[in-house]
Each structure stands twice: as structure tokens, then as C-alpha cells.
Design a protein around this ligand. Structure first.
Ligand SMILES: [Zn+2]
Length: 425
């Protein structure tokens, strides 16, 4: 394969190191920050696995000098990242569930869709987003690679257990017809076979149909120093210009964009089949804002690196001090991103004796990869009332802290990002 060819073949990435841009194939990649070798963040370990060796992979963030895409330069095989027992379930985080369901309802209204139309969600997880479409009377179909598809099917959201591809798209069209809207919420930045995916979506959509994606937003990542949202599943960290370039390559126009709060700051991007279509004022405005914020300037990334380093040193210093005083701080919440944060900051069970998760979590009884911190029922927090605890789900801190306080937690809360600070009450 020649990544410099004019074709779109380079969008299908091989596993292992990549030395060219995932969108424009330029070899002009500049390092932003190296987070070291890290385990896949959602490969939580069982007690038996603690006795075995563990896979780690490079986690190095780079920026393309050609199209500006921020990306990592190593592809972990998707079957390792999204293993059948992948523990993530979108319906379990209340805020996220209502956002996702709202998205389905919002899109049905925006495009005036109802009974007779088909909505397909790629990476549909437990079907939460599709429920929003179903509430508006649409036919819905999910495509989900992991065993979580069973939960969706049990819930009455028909879901194929598969990685989405042109072949799957062909099958869907044969059986259900073309879709009016296709969504990919928070998996779009994950796929190594973007070429396959976009050709599949083209096949699946009716003419004039829209592909709606949600991804972490690079501008938010920079503004709140969210280095913990960098992990191997996230191959790309999108801003608008690289997305415009990507969609144009596949015959779409990015026509509109919304900034949304999901995952600490995301963008919902609307790409309609067809080239050179008119775009919204919102899109033009946000492009300007990106320019102003330095998203396409190298100097902005030097500042980012410095902020991240400072945040790491501050967190280490505080947790060391607390440990020396005999009051180590447990963690609250174990989102995928906590693995990047704790591995990069080198925080182990001596500094953080456990991580508390809600009783319904699929992660209880398992261990954080790399650092082997046990994940336990949050009841322990209430029983032990530690002096301090670290908010690892800091991007959802407000509702979580309110709930914990209501249930009687008195601990001071350490917020690790954007700058380390303590919430006293
Ligand atoms: Zn590029």
C-alpha cells in the first residue's frame, strides 16, 4: 500500500505503528506529547489475569503538518480493544443516557423523520441512542461488535453483532432498505478502517441522507487539558478542518455542527451525501473560533504539553503527601480515561488503595490495567469516609458529587483536571 497515493486506501489502517497522517497521508507528523507505553484502557483485569503478563502499547500524540489532524501513531488491533466482554455500557451513566436518547429524538425532529424511515446506529452499544428514534416512530437497527448487543436485543432494539463494513451495509440495505439517517456516536474517532466505514455509510444512506457523528472535540481537549481522553481506542482527535477534508474525500459535505457536553466536550457533525452543499452559520463561526484558539498553530500544543506536565506533577505531589500522612485517597468512578490518567501519573494502590464504582457497574471485582488498583462497590466510600478522594469521572463531577453528598459522603474531593484543585464541600 502506498499511503501517498491519491486513493482513500490509507484510511484503512494496518495494526501497529503508522508513520503517515490518517486523513491526508502526509508524513509530516510532529509530536505533541508522549504518554508512554500503556495498556488498553478498557481491558480491566480479573484476579487470575493479575498473575499473567500484560500487553502494553505506545501512546504518542502527534499532529499532521499537512491537514492539522491530531492523532496517535499506533493502532492496537480492534479485536484486542473491543473484546467481546468490553465493559462499557452507555445506558448506565444517567447523564449520558439522557443525552444519547435526546440525540435520537432531536435528529428525528430536525430531519422531520417518522414512521417508515430507518435509522441505523453504528457502534450502538446497548441501544440507548436508538431508543430516541424509536420514540419518534422510526424503524431502528443497531450494529455493535461486542456482547453488549445482547442487552440491546433483550430490550427490543434489534442489533446485529458485527463490526460495521461495506458488506454489513449491503446486507442491511437488502433486508431493511436504505436509511434516512446513520449515526455513529463516539465511535467515529475509534475506527481504523474509516475507508470501509464511509463507503458502507454511502451505500446505506438514501440520497440527501445525513451521517451524524459525535467525537471528542479537540478544542475542548486543549482548553481543559484533557490528556486523559487520549487512549488507544481514540485514533483521532477531531477539529473541523480535518473533518471537512475527510468527508470531502468520500463525497460528503459537512453542513452543520453542534458543540455538545458529552465526554467532557464533543462535537456533533452533520455530513450530507453530496459535494459542495451550503453550510450553516454555526459551522463558519466555529471554524473561526478554532483559528482564534490556535487549534492550527504549533505553539498552542507546546502550551498544552506544559499544562499536562504541571497537572501530573501537582497530582503526584498531593497524593504522595496524603500517603505520607497515612490517608491515601481512593478514586471515584472508573471511566476508560482514568486508566490513561493513573498510568501516565504512575499512581498505584499505595497512593490510591481502590476505585469506587456504583453498585450496578460491570467493572466491580476487576482491576485497573497497568496499575492494578482494585475496583470496588462505592459503599466502601460511605463506610470509610476517607479524608480525600480523587474524582476520576471529573467530566461528570457536578451531578456525581451532588449525589454522593446527598448520600452522606464527607470526603474532600480532588479534581485532577484541568488543574489539580480540591473541592472542600
Ligand atoms: Zn494530515
Amino acid at each position: 500500500m502506498n499511503p501517498n497515493s491519491q486513493s482513500t486506501m490509507h484510511h484503512n489502517l494496518p495494526n501497529g505503528p503508522i508513520d503517515y497522517c490518517q486523513i491526508c497521508a502526509s508524513r509530516e507528523l510532529e509530536q505533541i506529547i508522549n504518554l508512554g507505553h500503556q495498556p488498553p484502557c478498557d481491558s480491566l483485569l480479573t484476579p487470575e489475569q493479575l498473575k499473567q503478563s500484560e500487553n502494553i502499547y505506545p501512546l504518542n500524540l502527534v499532529r499532521c503538518g499537512g491537514c492539522g489532524l491530531v492523532q496517535i501513531d499506533y493502532v492496537v488491533p480492534p479485536e484486542i480493544l473491543f473484546h467481546p466482554d468490553y465493559p462499557y455500557r452507555s445506558g448506565i451513566t444517567a447523564t449520558l443516557a439522557s443525552n444519547l436518547q435526546g440525540t435520537g429524538e432531536h435528529l428525528a425532529a430536525k430531519y422531520n423523520l417518522g414512521p417508515g424511515s430507518l435509522a441505523v446506529d453504528i457502534g450502538s452499544n446497548d441501544g440507548t441512542l436508538l431508543k430516541g428514534f424509536r420514540n419518534k416512530g422510526l424503524n431502528v437497527l443497531g450494529v455493535e461488535a461486542t456482547n453488549i448487543s445482547r442487552i440491546a436485543n433483550q430490550d427490543g432494539i434489534e442489533t446485529l453483532q458485527a463490526f460495521f463494513s461495506e458488506t454489513i451495509a449491503e446486507k442491511i440495505v437488502g433486508k431493511y432498505g436504505q436509511a434516512s439517517v446513520v449515526t455513529a456516536a463516539n465511535m467515529f474517532a475509534h475506527v481504523p478502517n474509516l475507508g470501509q466505514l464511509l463507503r458502507g455509510v454511502t451505500r446505506l444512506l438514501v440520497d440527501g441522507g445525513t451521517f451524524v457523528t459525535e467525537s471528542h472535540y479537540l478544542l475542548d481537549l486543549l482548553e481543559t487539558a484533557q490528556y486523559d481522553s487520549i487512549y488507544q481506542e481514540h485514533l483521532k482527535y477531531y477539529a473541523l478542518k480535518p473533518l471537512q477534508r475527510l468527508f470531502d474525500d468520500f463525497g460528503f459535505t459537512v453542513v452543520d455542527v453542534d458543540r455538545i457536553p458529552n465526554y467532557g466536550g464533543s462535537i456533533r457533525v452533520y455530513a450530507t451525501k453530496g459535494k459542495g452543499l451550503p453550510v450553516s452559520d454555526g459551522l463558519t463561526d466555529l471554524l473561526r473560533e478554532e483559528e482564534r484558539a490556535g487549534v492550527y498553530d504549533a505553539a498552542r500544543y507546546d502550551a498544552f504539553r506544559e499544562t499536562v506536565l504541571q497537572s501530573k506533577l501537582d497530582l503526584q505531589a498531593l497524593l504522595l503527601k496524603l500517603r505520607r500522612e497515612g490517608r491515601p485517597a481512593p478514586g471515584i468512578g472508573c471511566p476508560g480515561r482514568s486508566s490513561t490518567l493513573l498510568n501516565y501519573c504512575n499512581i498505584d494502590p499505595d497512593l490510591m488503595p481502590y476505585i469506587a464504582e456504583q453498585s450496578s457497574s460491570l467493572k466491580l471485582g476487576l482491576y485497573l490495567p497497568g496499575k492494578h488498583i482494585p475496583i470496588v462497590d462505592e459503599q466502601r466510600l460511605f463506610d470509610e469516609q476517607p479524608d480525600y478522594a480523587v474524582m476520576l469521572s471529573w467530566h461528570y463531577a457536578e451531578p456525581i458529587i451532588a449525589k454522593l453528598r446527598e448520600r452522606g459522603l464527607r470526603s474532600k474531593i480532588i479534581m485532577p483536571l484541568p488543574r489539580v484543585h480540591v473541592i472542600e464541600d
